[in-house]
Write a protein that binds this ligand. Structure first.
Ligand SMILES: [Zn+2]
Length: 418
C-alpha cells in the first residue's frame, strides 16, 4: 500500500480541498450547440468568484474580458523580473455528457480501498476502477452518483489558486512573472477561439487538465470534425419504389461503413479512430457529425480520404440522394512544437521528480486548450490534476495527488528562474 500521509499532510491541502469543493458545487456546464463564448451564462459565476478570490489573495492585476477569459498576473519576485514569464491555465467549464448541476461532492477521508456506495445512486467499485484500489489510505472526493464531479477541470483551477496563495504567503520562493489563464468552453472545443493571445506574455504555459498523478501529456490527437448532410428525395412511401432516397437510411448506412475496429471503444494509446457523435433528421434530410482522430498528419489525411470514399459509396447506393461534407480542423498534435522547445518539458519533468513522483509520458486521446495554445505559439504541455473517470458520474479525485500537483507547480515556477 502506498503511503499517502506525507502528501495529505501538506500545509496547503486543506485550503485546496475547500476551494475545490466550492468550485465543484457550481454548475458551469458548457454547451457545444451554442456558438457564443461563453456558451453558458453560468460560467460567468465562477469567473467572477475567482476574480474576487484572486483580489482577496492580493493579486492586483486580474481581469475578466467580454468572453469570460480571466487573466491574472503575479509579478516576479525581486530580482527575477528578467526571467521568462510562465503561464498556468485551467478551464472553468465542465462537460455536458452527464448532469452537471446540483453537484454534491463528498470527501471520503481515510478511504479503505473497498466498494464505495454513492449517496444517491450507484457505487464505485475498485474492481471496475483499479486506480481506485491503489488509493487505500488516501482522502478521495466522490460524487453522489447522479452528476459529474467536475474535477475536470476544477481540480486544476483549485490547484492553481492554491499555488498562488502559497507563493503570496511565501515570498522567499523565487519566480518570474506568472500569468494565470482561467478559460471558458474547453469542453466544446472552442476554448481557445477567443483567447486573448495579444495580452499573453508567457514564453511557455502549462495546462492543469490531466488525470492520474505524474502523468504528463505532451502529445495529443490531431483532430478534425466532419459534418455530413444527407439530402433525400421523398414522395408518398406507398408509391416509393425507385423514386425515393431515404435520408435516414443514408445516414445509417454511412455510419455502418465506419470501421468498427477504428472506433474509440476499440482503440487506445496511439491508435486513432472515427466516432459518430450525433445523428438527426427525417427521410427528407438528415445530418451526421463525426469526429476523426489520429496522431499524425498522414493518418488524418487517410481518414479524410476514407470519409470521402464512404460518402461516394453511399451516394452510389442511393442514386436519388445527395451528400455534402464539411471538414473542420479542431486541433493539431502539439508534439512537434514541444520538441522544438525542449526546456518546457524538461523543467516540468524535473519539477515532478522534485515534488516526489516519477513523471510518465502519455498521449492525450483528446485535445486540450494547451494543444491549441501550442499551435498559436505558446508551447503548452498538460499536467496531471489527480482527477479520475472524467465526464462521468463516477468521477473522483485524489487529494494526495492534487497536493502533488501543487507541489509540482511550486517547484516548476522556481526552476524557470534558473
Ligand atoms: Zn478538461
Amino acid at each position: 500500500m502506498k503511503d499517502y500521509a506525507p502528501l495529505l499532510a501538506k500545509p496547503y491541502a486543506e485550503a485546496m480541498v475547500e476551494r475545490f469543493l466550492r468550485y465543484a458545487e457550481m454548475d458551469t456546464q458548457s454547451d457545444r450547440h451554442i456558438e457564443d463564448i461563453p456558451s453558458t451564462k453560468t460560467q460567468w459565476n465562477l469567473a467572477r468568484l475567482l476574480e474576487r478570490e484572486l483580489k482577496e489573495l492580493g493579486v492586483a492585476d486580474v481581469s475578466v474580458d467580454d468572453h469570460c477569459y480571466l487573466i491574472a498576473r503575479l509579478p516576479a519576485t525581486p530580482g527575477m523580473e528578467g526571467k521568462p514569464a510562465i503561464g498556468l491555465m485551467a478551464h472553468m467549464d465542465t462537460a455536458s455528457d452527464v448532469p452537471g448541476s446540483n453537484v454534491r461532492p463528498r470527501l471520503v477521508k481515510g478511504y479503505d480501498g473497498g466498494i464505495l456506495q454513492l449517496a444517491k445512486e450507484g457505487l464505485l467499485d475498485p474492481k471496475d476502477y483499479p486506480d481506485l484500489a491503489a488509493h487505500a489510505g488516501d482522502t478521495i472526493i466522490v460524487t453522489d452518483g447522479s452528476t459529474l464531479l467536475g474535477a475536470d477541470d476544477k481540480a486544476g483551477v483549485a490547484e492553481i489558486m492554491t499555488t498562488l496563495e502559497w507563493l503570496l504567503a511565501h515570498p522567499e520562493i523565487k519566480h518570474g512573472l506568472l500569468e494565470i489563464f482561467f478559460t471558458p468552453d474547453e469542453e466544446t472545443g472552442k476554448g481557445m477561439d477567443r483567447f486573448p493571445l495579444a495580452k499573453a506574455k508567457s514564453v511557455a504555459c502549462y495546462t492543469l487538465d490531466g488525470g492520474k498523478a505524474a502523468e504528463i501529456e505532451s502529445e495529443c490527437f490531431t483532430a478534425y470534425s466532419v459534418h455530413a448532410e444527407f439530402e433525400g428525395k421523398v414522395i408518398h412511401i406507398g408509391a416509393a419504389r425507385g423514386k425515393v432516397a431515404n435520408a435516414v437510411a443514408m445516414a445509417c448506412h454511412f455510419v455502418s461503413l465506419l470501421p468498427r475496429s477504428e472506433s474509440p471503444e476499440a482503440t487506445d494509446n496511439w491508435y486513432g479512430y472515427y466516432c459518430p457523435i450525433e445523428i438527426k433528421g427525417s427521410m427528407e434530410r438528415s445530418a451526421l457529425d463525426i469526429y476523426l482522430r489520429d496522431f499524425s498528419t498522414e493518418g488524418m489525411e487517410r481518414r479524410i480520404a476514407a470519409i470521402k470514399a464512404f460518402a461516394a459509396a453511399v451516394e452510389a447506393q442511393f442514386p436519388l440522394g445527395k451528400i455534402s461534407l464539411t471538414f473542420k480542423k479542431q486541433y493539431l498534435n502539439m508534439k512537434e512544437k514541444l520538441d522544438q522547445n525542449p526546456a518546457v518539458l524538461e523543467k516540468l519533468e524535473k519539477a515532478t521528480r522534485l515534488a516526489g513522483a516519477e513523471p510518465e509520458s502519455k498521449p492525450i486521446r483528446g485535445g486540450t486548450d494547451g494543444s491549441r495554445l501550442t499551435e498559436m505559439g505558446i508551447p503548452t504541455p498538460n499536467i496531471f490534476t489527480g482527477g479520475y473517470n472524467y465526464h462521468s458520474k463516477h468521477e473522483w479525485a485524489s487529494v494526495a495527488e492534487m497536493s502533488l500537483a501543487v507541489g509540482t507547480l511550486l517547484t516548476l515556477v522556481t526552476l524557470w528562474t534558473e
